[in-house]
Design a protein around this ligand. Structure first.
Ligand code: PLP
Length: 365
């Protein structure tokens, strides 16, 4: 009986679960344990104690028995001002920008419709395309990870992507794409072009002020990389024409009470996060400088809070494991293969964390 049953369930499963989902493996997050955590582009700094005390005061008054404000109005107003969203443009908030990518995809998904992005790029674009039954097209970057404009334009013509993502700076390559090439891509696209500015605090460049110049341009930001990864809060800015449609797909209470209160509080104290971003940018220069002195290591330039490395002699898998043995967790990109063969990605941490990483790396090589 039992065996029959599990057999039947096995059959049911293979009928029910879409083959595209069966073929996936779940998004893998490494367990850092007590290691120095330089794998996920988190801000390494905490809030000062006096701010924690003020934050706890606000949180203590949260009404957890009530649903949150479905429009998160106060938070939206604060974000609009802080992120300098232009007049006439509007905002939708997501439970992380990951949710916003999903909302956009759900809104446009139809069999045969395409999400397009340069590769190597942010893995969620492809994963979400698969979740919603869209096709994904990745267009290879050049060897120096700059945009291959002719290839992009040809792919746009051929696939007519409904959504085209340009991460600015790009993850995992850490560079900013050429602005003129991006403008050409926006103009050549009939679908929506989303400039994903997750690393804006470290980049100093933005397409935000260009919203309104192009009907099909949207700009996405997140508070994750600036020091609030635990909150899960992203925003998408653009013409109400699009945003109002996305808003129909958004689940009504996607930004919870604690996130709304905490993010408003954070924005009222934005100077603290800006000082932390400045420290990270300084540490980035320090780290780039130190890494550049190590032989047989290709160090790519960075406009983000992480650095892409390619090992020219040593084996990335072995170095990654050796770093772990020494208590430092970074990201091994070698398993992705292709343009990322023998590549590692390290998040910029505190001065102590960065020195520990460099020392451990030298030992590993
Ligand atoms: C980290 C990252 C995000 C995800 O942001 P969340 O708001 O934490 O979901 C989006 N885009 C890029 C390019 C990223 O690297």
């Amino acid at each position: 009986m039992m065996q029959n049953n599990s057999h039947r369930i096995g059959h049911l499963m293979s009928d029910l679960i879409r083959p595209q989902i069966k073929a996936l493996s779940a998004y893998h997050v490494a367990d850092a344990g007590k290691m120095i955590k330089l794998d996920a582009m988190e801000n390494p700094y905490h809030l000062p104690d006096e701010l924690i005390a003020q934050w706890l005061q606000k949180i203590s008054r949260a009404e957890l028995n009530r649903y949150p404000d479905p429009h998160a109005s106060e938070l939206r107003d604060k974000l609009r001002a802080y992120m300098q969203v232009p007049e006439g443009q509007t905002l939708i908030l997501g439970n992380g920008s990951d949710e916003l990518i999903q909302i956009m995809a759900m809104t446009v998904a139809q069999p045969g419709r395409v999400i397009l992005a340069p590769e190597p790029g942010f893995v969620m674009y492809k994963m979400i395309a698969t979740f919603v039954g869209m096709d994904y097209v990745g267009v290879p970057l050049r060897d120096d990870f700059s945009l291959d404009l002719p290839a992009m334009l040809a792919a746009i013509k051929q696939h007519q992507p409904a959504l085209l993502f340009l991460a600015y700076p790009n993850n995992p390559t850490a560079n900013l794409f050429d602005e003129k090439a991006m403008l050409e891509i926006i103009q050549a696209s009939k679908g929506l072009v989303i400039v994903d500015e997750a690393y804006h605090p470290f980049a100093g460049e933005s397409f935000m002020s260009r919203l309104g110049q192009f009907e099909n341009l949207l700009v996405m930001r997140t508070v994750s990389k600036m020091g609030l990864a635990g909150l899960r809060l992203g925003l998408l800015a653009g013409s109400p024409k699009w945003i109002n449609e996305f808003d129909k797909v958004r689940l009504p209470y996607n930004i919870n009470v604690l996130t709304q209160i905490s993010a408003v509080f954070a924005l009222e104290n934005a100077g603290v996060f800006e000082a932390q971003a400045t420290a990270v940018r300084e540490q980035r220069s320090w780290l780039l400088n130190d890494l550049n002195k190590i032989p047989d290591l290709q160090v790519y330039p960075s406009r983000a809070n992480f650095i892409l490395l390619r090992l020219q002699k040593a084996d990335a898998n072995k170095v990654f494991e050796s770093l772990k043995q020494q208590g430092v967790l970074i990201k091994n990109l070698n398993p992705a293969g292709g343009a990322l063969t023998q590549c590692l990605r390290v998040t910029v941490g505190t001065p102590n964390e960065n020195s520990a990483f460099v020392a451990a790396l030298k030992k590993s090589l």
